[in-house]
Design a protein around this ligand. Structure first.
Ligand code: HEM
Length: 284
C-alpha cells in the first residue's frame, strides 16, 4: 500500500517549522537518540526508514553539531543537541519553559528495522500501545499529538478518507464535509510520489501556532489525519481532548511536563553509547 511504504515518521523525531524557528520533537526513538542516517552509504539506517523520509530540518541539527564539534569536539551528544533544541523551540513556539537534564549519550545502533512507527489510521488504543511501551500515559499521548497543531501532512496520508474511506467509496462520515471538499480539491484521488504530493495544514485554523486550537478543531470534526479525529471520538481520550481544548495554558503546561517525562526515558549515560561526531551516522 502506498501509504504504508511512505509511512510517516509519526511518533519518532519530528520537526516542524515555524518561520525561522524549529520544533524538534525527538519522541519515541528506539535507539535513544537522534536521527542517525548514513547519507551516501549503502547501509540502511533508521533515517532511511520510510517514516523518516518525511522528516524536515535535519540540516538544522547538523549545523549546530558541526559548530559544536569545532569548538568542543566529541563532548556534546546529538541527544543533548536535539533535546535542548526541542526545549528552546517549544519555548519559542508556545512559551512553555522547562528544564532538561544533559550529558546524555548517543545510541550506537542505527537500523531501519528498529524504527517501529504508528500509521495515521491507527485506533487510539493501537496508538496508545506504542506510547505505553515507552512509559507514557494517555494524557501524555493526547498532549504530544497536540503537536499536530503545526506542520503539514502529505495527501497520501489522508486522501483515502476524502473519497474512499475504508473502501466504502465515500468520505469518512466523521469528517466535516466542507473540509472534505476543500482537501479533495487539493489532493484528488491520484497517489503521487512524496516529492510531488501536495500537503495540507494539520491544523486548519492556526496552522503556524503551537496552541490548543488543534483540539478545538478535532472536536468539530475538522481533522486532517484520522488518528487526530479518533482522539476526539474515542472514549479513552475524548475527555482529555475536551479539557485541553478549553485550557490553552493547561496544554502548554502538559506539553512541558510530557517533554520532561519523555526526556527521562531510555537515556544513555556514563559509558553507555557514544558521542556521535555526526548526528546522522554512528562513529566508525
Ligand atoms: C500515533 C501517533 C502519530 C501519528 C500516527 C502521526 C502521524 C503523522 C503523519 C501521517 C504526519 C504527516 C507526515 C507527512 O505528510 O510528511 C504527521 C506530521 C507531523 N507530526 Fe505526527 N503523528 C503522530 C504523533 C506525533 C507526535 C507525538 C508528534 C510530536 C510530539 C507529532 C508531530 C508532528 C508534526 C510536527 C508534524 C508536521 C511535520 C511537518 O510539517 O513536516 N506527531 N504526523
Amino acid at each position: 500500500m502506498v501509504i504504508a511504504q511512505r509511512l510517516c515518521f509519526a511518533c519518532t523525531s519530528m520537526i516542524a517549522s515555524f518561520g525561522k524557528a524549529f520544533v524538534f520533537v525527538d519522541l519515541l526513538y528506539s535507539g535513544n537518540i537522534a536521527r542517525p542516517a548514513r547519507l551516501n552509504s549503502k547501509k540502511i539506517t533508521e533515517k532511511d526508514a520510510g517514516p523518516s523520509l518525511t522528516v524536515r530540518g535535519n540540516e538544522f541539527i547538523d549545523g549546530i553539531k558541526k559548530n559544536l564539534e569545532v569548538i568542543c569536539p566529541a563532548t556534546v551528544s546529538c541527544a543533548d543537541v536535539i533535546t535542548l533544541a526541542t526545549r528552546d523551540a517549544i519555548a519559542l513556539a508556545v512559551g512553555a519553559k522547562y528544564n532538561v537534564p544533559t550529558t546524555r549519550r548517543d545510541g550506537t545502533v542505527s537500523d531501519c528495522g528498529l524504527v517501529s512507527l504508528p500509521e495515521p489510521s491507527l485506533t487510539v488504543s493501537q496508538a496508545f500501545q506504542f506510547f505505553r511501551n515507552k512509559g507514557l500515559n494517555m494524557n501524555a499521548m493526547v498532549t504530544f499529538l497536540g503537536a499536530h497543531s503545526v506542520g503539514v501532512a502529505h495527501c497520501g496520508f489522508f486522501q483515502d478518507c476524502l473519497s474512499n474511506f475504508q473502501g466504502t467509496g465515500k468520505p469518512d462520515p466523521t469528517m466535516d464535509s466542507a473540509l472534505v471538499s476543500k482537501l479533495f480539491k487539493t489532493c484528488g484521488t491520484q497517489f503521487r510520489p512524496l516529492n510531488s504530493d501536495p500537503t495540507a495544514f494539520l491544523d486548519q485554523n492556526t496552522s503556524f501556532v503551537m496552541d490548543n486550537e488543534f483540539y478545538k478543531q478535532i472536536r468539530v470534526k475538522k481533522r486532517v489525519l484520522q488518528i487526530d479525529q479518533e482522539l476526539a471520538l474515542d472514549k479513552s481520550s475524548a475527555d482529555i481532548v475536551s479539557t485541553l481544548a478549553s485550557n490553552a495554558l493547561g496544554f502548554q503546561q502538559n506539553l512541558a511536563k510530557a517533554m520532561v517525562k519523555r526526556g527521562n526515558i531510555e537515556v544513555l549515560v556514563g559509558n553507555a553509547g557514544q558521542i556521535r561526531k555526526k548526528c546522522r551516522v554512528i562513529n566508525k
